[in-house]
Design a binder for this molecule. Structure first.
Ligand code: BG6
Ligand code: MG
Length: 222
């Protein structure tokens, strides 16, 4: 029986990918890396410094910047990202998410956030969702990023629910892999081919209702 729900943030609760993209594009323009859809997609779900490395590499600049200069670029990106995040409101919560959280809360499920973003608490604040998530994993305390299961194991620990009794929700393949490796039940939001490792797939968040989740748990996809 399921007792806990662990949510990714970016792409599951709200669409912050477009804000990360805007902020990184400014850095790319500054250093002279040409932007591409492929580069943009590759930044999804990975850490700030890893993202910067990909942007520098895409511009043939992997060895051009010192660690100190890289820190400056990453900080500039984050300053711009935070400026954009400040414009978020509850209207930016993805369809169906608020009512799912209300349902889960009413049924007494424990809830946590497992996001690679160190800005998750501030994003939740602007969305007005802080009170649903007393537990937010701080990614700076982890040794490994997704697809490693560490973040999902830590989240289960924080809500004091054994992984086997947890559901994890993700929009990225690396995230789904992490949930599965943690021994939790994986819900994939988005392209079911990309997220075929998930136990349950929904095309978008509006289909992610408690009724649909319970039905899917009784008839798991093969
Ligand atoms: C992930 C995003 O959730 O968090 C990535 O998908 C982002 O795009 C990463 O780079 C780290 O976020 P932050 O806010 O700590 O720079
Ligand atoms: Mg995500």
């Amino acid at each position: 029986d399921i007792q806990g729900f662990i949510f990714d943030l970016d792409g599951v609760i709200t669409d912050t990918a477009r804000l990360h993209t805007k902020a990184w594009r400014q850095v790319a323009d500054q250093v002279g890396t040409p932007w591409s859809q492929r580069l943009q997609d590759s930044l999804k779900g990975i850490s700030r410094m890893e993202s910067l490395e990909l942007i520098l590499r895409a511009g043939g600049l992997a060895h051009t910047y010192s660690d100190e200069q890289k820190e400056k670029l990453a900080t500039a990106k984050n300053t711009e990202y935070l400026r954009l995040v400040a414009t978020l409101t509850p209207a930016d919560i993805l369809p169906g998410v608020q009512s799912l959280l209300d349902d889960l809360d009413a049924h007494g499920y424990k809830m946590a956030i497992a996001s690679a973003s160190s800005n998750a608490p501030i994003v939740l604040h602007h969305l007005g969702l802080t009170h649903y998530f007393p537990e937010v994993v701080d990614p700076r305390t982890l040794h490994h990023g997704k697809p490693d299961p560490e973040i999902f194991l830590r989240a289960a620990e924080l809500i004091k629910v054994a992984p086997a009794h947890c559901v994890g929700v993700e929009d990225a393949a690396a995230g789904v892999a992490g949930i599965v490796a943690a021994g939790e039940t994986a819900i994939g939001i988005g392209d079911a081919t990309v997220l075929r490792a998930a136990d349950i797939n929904f095309a978008d968040t509006s289909q992610m209702t408690l009724v649909n989740i319970r039905a899917a748990m009784r008839t798991p996809s093969v």
